[in-house]
Design a protein around this ligand. Structure first.
Ligand SMILES: [Zn+2]
Length: 167
């Protein structure tokens, strides 16, 4: 069932940044459920040999800056959740960090569009479902939110917490 490339085939998926740490012990279960064994192993190995000079998550990249407009590549629509969140995944063109993004809008209500995105582990993304992507964003400690609901201004929305789903 696994079409995931191995670290040897696509080292960029494994080495350009670290997967996000679970924000609370309960989340470990979730990560365990979505992350294949060889990915966990690759991360553990990298963390074991990591030193301060190893580039990991480039938190200084513009994709972590709510005021910037990063360029995205590999943008893919994952689908819609039962709660009508439209889920997309993409990668930052500059640092390669993978993000999952949830967007919700009520056509009957103006200024109801809102989106949240959270950095994710690219290796865990192939095969991710809309519901599990939404769960990932809900549980993420670092998120960027924006949209007309928030006055069109992107901002950091720290989690874990439920996304605002009311009109
Ligand atoms: Zn970036």
């Amino acid at each position: 069932m696994s079409k995931l490339p191995s670290p040897k085939e696509r080292p960029d998926l494994y080495d350009s940044y670290d997967c996000q740490e679970p924000s609370k012990p309960a989340s470990q279960k979730y990560w365990d459920s979505v992350m294949p064994e060889h990915v966990k192993k690759a991360i553990a190995e990298r963390q074991a040999k990591s030193d301060p000079t190893t580039p990991s998550a480039d938190k200084s990249c513009q994709c972590f800056d709510p005021s910037a407009e990063p360029e995205w590549i590999d943008q893919t629509d994952i689908g819609m959740t039962d709660g009508y969140w439209d889920i997309t995944r993409m990668r930052c063109a500059r640092c390669g960090t993978a993000w999952v993004r949830a967007f919700l809008e009520y056509e009957a209500f103006s200024r109801s569009g809102r989106h949240y995105r959270a950095p994710a582990c690219a290796a865990a993304l192939p095969g991710i479902t809309p519901e599990s992507a939404l769960q990932l964003i809900t549980e993420a400690s670092f998120r960027i939110a924006g949209g007309s609901y928030f006055g069109g201004k992107d901002h950091v929305s720290n989690g874990p917490s439920a996304l605002i789903a009311s009109p």
